[in-house]
Ligand binder design. Structure first.
Ligand SMILES: [Zn+2]
Ligand SMILES: [Zn+2]
Length: 423
């Protein structure tokens, strides 16, 4: 019986790898432009890290983690998001001891046990960044601007940042009291999730998809967090918006935007694409580093799912990347005696940076030329025993049909000259 891949996973085949590589290349280039350095953390961590770092009351931790016990009896979890691992690494490696702020980015697979649907897999891919060491609103604006800019560079049209401030340890408890006062009398009319949230993190009721919960919020006159900000948070949020306006970043504010994660303070955002929905989100998290055992350090970051980007690109009538030729030269072996010589010719080409391949199935010369065409090679290099005896090769231009026999020592230069001419 055929063993199939697990539900919610995908094989990324050679035919689609170009689209992935294009996104990855843009992501790496743009992070470099903004002076971010890459960090790679383990694919699995101690379960406790996510419980503490993502938040016990989040859907991710409550329902979606791939948690297992290893042979040593430890509880481990496949990373469901990128931030907790990066912050743990920042603390564990004492990166806070280095001068300046840390601007880190990551890219790789994440794992969540969710109902698989279009653009949402159980093993999915995210890129994102974390900036640690400054509370400056200029940094919030830079990170939001970068988030939008990258999507634009990748080819997504109409990406807009939807922005809110979720307050701080001064205004959040005050807001919580007001929420409780308004909603406790109607608690039993809330959905069961929101009844839990009311005790643990009432702000997240604004995040509920249940219409009755949203109606109750209005009827009870529950204030939004944006209406309840302290003076410092209000000034910070105003500054973030001023920078975004100066930078021409498309954005709007939404007082109901909460984000699913417990750890955000002040700026929180999602990127929306008209007619599509959400394409990643981020926020500031000034208590997270301390929560994970480090010194008091403000941070801000975002994460974006790459499967979702590919879906948007496809739906927007995609700038799907042109098929790239992946072979320059096909070495055709004219007779068996020249087989070892053919391998030497290949080695010469490859060491000079020329992408080269040959036939390994004992096919006729005619079939080899056909293969060269199919693989998209620009040139064929024919080697037989007569070429070998003279340390020569026959170079055939597969477009013009011209061919000539030249010394092997001149092959690389000849190939490079023809490649340049064909660009
Ligand atoms: Zn505040
Ligand atoms: Zn609800």
């Amino acid at each position: 019986m055929l063993v199939q891949r697990p539900r919610g996973t995908s094989d990324i085949l050679p035919a689609t790898i170009g689209a992935w590589r294009q996104i990855e290349d843009v992501v790496r280039r743009t992070f470099a432009e903004y002076h971010y350095a890459e960090i790679r953390t383990p694919m699995f961590e101690h379960t406790e890290l996510f419980a503490r770092g993502v938040g016990e009351t989040t859907d991710i931790v409550e329902k979606e983690m791939y948690t297992f016990e290893d042979r040593g009896g430890r509880s481990l979890t496949l990373r469901p998001e990128g931030t907790a691992g990066v912050i743990r690494a920042y603390v564990e490696n004492k990166l806070y001891g280095q001068p300046g702020i840390a601007k880190l980015f990551y890219l790789g697979p994440m794992f969540r046990y969710e109902k698989p649907q279009k653009g949402r897999e159980r093993q999915f891919h995210q890129y994102g960044c974390e900036v640690l060491g400054s509370d400056s609103p200029a940094l919030d604006a830079e990170v939001v601007a970068l988030h939008v800019y990258q999507l634009q560079e990748v080819g997504v049209q109409g990406a807009t940042a939807v922005l809110n401030s979720v307050g701080c340890p001064v205004c959040r408890p005050r807001h919580r009291e007001q929420m409780l006062a308004r909603l406790l009398p109607v608690k039993d009319q809330l959905c069961s999730d929101c009844q839990n949230r009311l005790e643990r993190n009432p702000l997240r009721i604004f995040d509920c998809k249940n219409e009755r919960c949203q109606r109750l919020l209005v009827e009870a006159g529950a204030p939004t967090i944006l209406e309840s900000l302290c003076a410092d948070c209000e000034a910070h949020f105003a500054a973030v918006r001023r920078y975004l306006e100066a930078l021409g970043v498309p954005y709007r504010t939404d007082a109901h935007l909460v984000r699913g994660l417990d750890y955000y303070t002040r700026t929180a955002w999602e990127i929306k694409v008209e007619g599509f929905g959400t394409l990643g989100g981020g926020g500031r998290y000034n208590a997270l580093v301390r929560e994970l055992g480090g010194p008091e350090t403000p941070g801000v970051g975002f994460g974006t799912g790459m499967e979702r980007i590919l879906l948007v690109l496809a739906e927007q009538g995609g700038t799907s990347p042109a098929v790239r030729r992946d072979l320059d030269v096909y070495v055709a072996v004219a007779d068996e005696q020249a087989d070892v010589y053919a391998m030497q010719v290949l080695k010469t080409l490859r060491e000079a940076g020329v992408r080269a391949d040959r036939d390994y199935q004992g096919r006729s010369v005619k079939a080899q030329f056909k293969a060269a065409d199919r693989e998209g090679a620009r040139l064929a290099v024919v080697v037989g025993s007569s070429e070998q005896a003279e340390q020569q090769v026959t170079v055939k231009d597969l477009v013009s049909g011209e061919q000539s026999t030249i010394p092997l020592s001149e092959l690389v230069a000849a190939v490079q000259k023809l490649e340049e001419a064909s660009v």
